[in-house]
Every structure is written in structure tokens, then in C-alpha cells.
Design a binder for this molecule. Structure first.
Ligand code: SF4
Length: 296
């Protein structure tokens, strides 16, 4: 018996029906792009693949959620929805505006909770207080970009923060009734199998509830694309990548909700590796691997 439970099963158990995420955005920026920390961004990020499919310019957050719900209800037969603020750095910008938008979207008919994606170094004391209040009103997920727990790797990818700030953030969030999610990347340069084994154990040490796993891909218009073209970065072979997934699954010591197994970048953005473009085939390989670690 393993420690993995898929998000769809977790949500169905919790809400007793099919639940799906619906994204909205507020045109937030990111301190790793706007110059506050750096202007280059994380080397793998192109910032463009984060736009929700139902988004149209000028739509209010509630309009985006309502429009997204209509699409998702038809497509996935979902009955309840998690409003998902997936917008560069979700807690970075006009704080009052962000909090008001979140308060509004949770009132939309059918919305059962809210998920907010952000950086560990961008949660102010005010936001912690807001999260505490919000977690008493609705189901709250907070998703933190971790990527790697190897400091050298974080430097290479120009993450702009260290591991300590991420650990402190998870520690503070764990004081409230919040479903915390770590966004990690498998296959980054410099990360060894032992780093992935440590990362897996680290999830339990930091009381993290869920994980969003992305396989490394080279996206168009990113610094990583330049590194790939110059030969400075060579993506892992599919076999090496699958070994990293195996190491990660095998070493989990606490039950963890898996939110994603592969990157969600659109095929048109992917430069390399070739195997990443056939997402459904790769996903099926990873699901086969994950099968023996599913929590019963
Ligand atoms: S990955 Fe997140 S933190 Fe990094 S540049 Fe992109 S939006 Fe900013």
C-alpha cells in the first residue's frame, strides 16, 4: 500500500460528488519578472501558459468563474467547483483587490472552495490573517512553488528565494485548516536522484497535503530555451525521468494528494524533449508507475 491519492478521488471523498477546478485571473504580475527580485523570471517559465481557457479580457473574476463553470460542467459532468487563482504570483499585487475578488468568487453558485497559487516569499502577514479567516469559511488550498530543495538548483533556475523561506511558509500555513500544495519539477539540471528522494521525505517533514508534479520541459521564449539551444541544458531521457518519478513515489512517508503528474503546458509551447509533447502517452506511463503506490 502506498501514500498517493489522486485529487479527483480526494475531492469526491470530501464533497461526496465530482469536483473540478475552474481558473480565474486578476492580471497579477510576479516579483521575479517585474524587477522586484529579478526581471528574467524562473528560467523555465514563459508566463504565457497560465491564462485560463475561459478568460476573456475585461471579464470580472465572477464572470470568469461562471463562464468556466458552464464549460467544465458540460465537459466533465462536475457538480461542484474550486475557484483557482492561477495568475503568476496570486498574492502579489493590490492585496485588497485580490482579497475582494476571492471573497466574491467563493459566493458563486456551485463553488465549494478556493485555491491560490503563489510564491513562498510573497505572503504578507495580512494574507496569513486572510487565509486563517478564509479557511474557516470555505475549503482553502494554497499552492506554493517549491520546484527543488537543492539550493544550487534554485540558484541556477533563478528562483530568487531559498529553501528556508519555503519551509517557514509551510510551517505557518500548517497552523490553519489549509490544504497545502507543493509545486515541484522533476528533471531539473543539477537535481540528482538523491535530491528527489530527499524532496519526497521533505514533503512529509513539512506536513504538506498535496503535490503538483511537473516534468521539466523547455518552453518557447524562456531562458531555458537558450540554454537548451546552446547545449548548456540537456533534458533527461524519458527513462531517467521515469526513474525520478519512481524515486519520488517510493519515498513518500505520508499520504499525499496528487494534483498533477505532468506539466500542463500546451504542445505549441514545447520545444523539448520530444517525449513531453505526447502528454497522454507520458501520463499513462507515469500513472502505471504510480499505480503501485496508490493509498487504499
Ligand atoms: S514560475 Fe512563478 S515565480 Fe517563476 S517567473 Fe513564473 S510566475 Fe514568476
Amino acid at each position: 500500500m502506498g501514500n498517493i491519492i489522486y485529487l479527483s478521488d480526494f475531492l469526491k471523498n470530501r464533497f461526496g460528488r465530482r469536483v473540478h477546478k475552474v481558473s480565474f485571473r486578476l492580471n497579477n504580475t510576479c516579483p521575479n519578472r517585474d524587477g522586484k527580485i529579478s526581471s528574467g523570471g524562473c528560467i523555465f517559465c514563459n508566463g504565457q501558459e497560465l491564462v485560463p481557457f475561459s478568460y476573456k479580457k475585461g471579464m470580472s473574476p465572477c464572470e470568469q468563474i461562471k463562464s468556466g463553470i458552464e464549460i467544465v460542467r458540460r465537459k466533465y459532468k462536475a457538480e461542484k467547483f474550486i475557484a483557482y487563482l492561477q495568475d503568476n504570483t496570486g498574492t502579489y499585487g493590490d492585496e485588497e483587490n485580490i482579497m475582494d475578488a476571492v471573497r466574491e468568487v467563493i459566493k458563486v453558485d456551485g463553488v465549494a472552495g478556493v485555491s491560490i497559487g503563489t510564491r513562498a516569499d510573497c505572503i504578507s502577514d495580512r494574507f496569513y490573517r486572510f487565509f486563517e479567516e478564509l479557511s474557516k469559511e470555505t475549503f482553502l488550498m494554497v499552492e506554493i512553488g517549491v520546484q527543488s530543495i537543492n539550493e544550487k538548483t534554485l540558484n541556477i533556475i533563478n528562483r530568487g528565494h531559498d529553501v528556508r523561506v519555503v519551509e517557514e511558509t509551510f510551517k505557518r500555513l500548517s497552523r490553519f485548516d489549509i490544504h497545502t500544495v507543493a509545486h515541484i519539477i522533476l528533471g531539473l539540471m543539477n537535481d540528482t536522484e538523491d535530491d528527489i528522494r530527499r524532496l519526497s521525505l521533505w514533503m512529509g517533514d513539512n506536513m504538506i497535503s498535496g503535490v503538483k508534479i511537473h516534468n521539466i520541459v523547455v518552453l518557447k521564449d524562456t531562458p531555458l530555451q537558450n540554454m537548451y539551444l546552446s547545449g548548456e541544458f540537456v533534458p533527461p531521457s524519458e527513462e531517467s525521468l521515469l526513474r525520478l518519478y519512481e524515486v519520488f513515489f517510493r519515498n513518500l512517508k505520508n499520504r499525499i494528494v496528487v494534483h498533477r503528474l505532468t506539466t500542463d503546458a500546451g504542445r505549441r509551447f514545447i520545444v523539448a524533449p520530444d517525449y513531453a509533447a505526447d502528454k497522454s502517452r507520458l501520463l499513462s506511463e507515469i500513472r502505471n508507475l504510480a499505480g503501485k503506490y496508490i493509498s487504499q
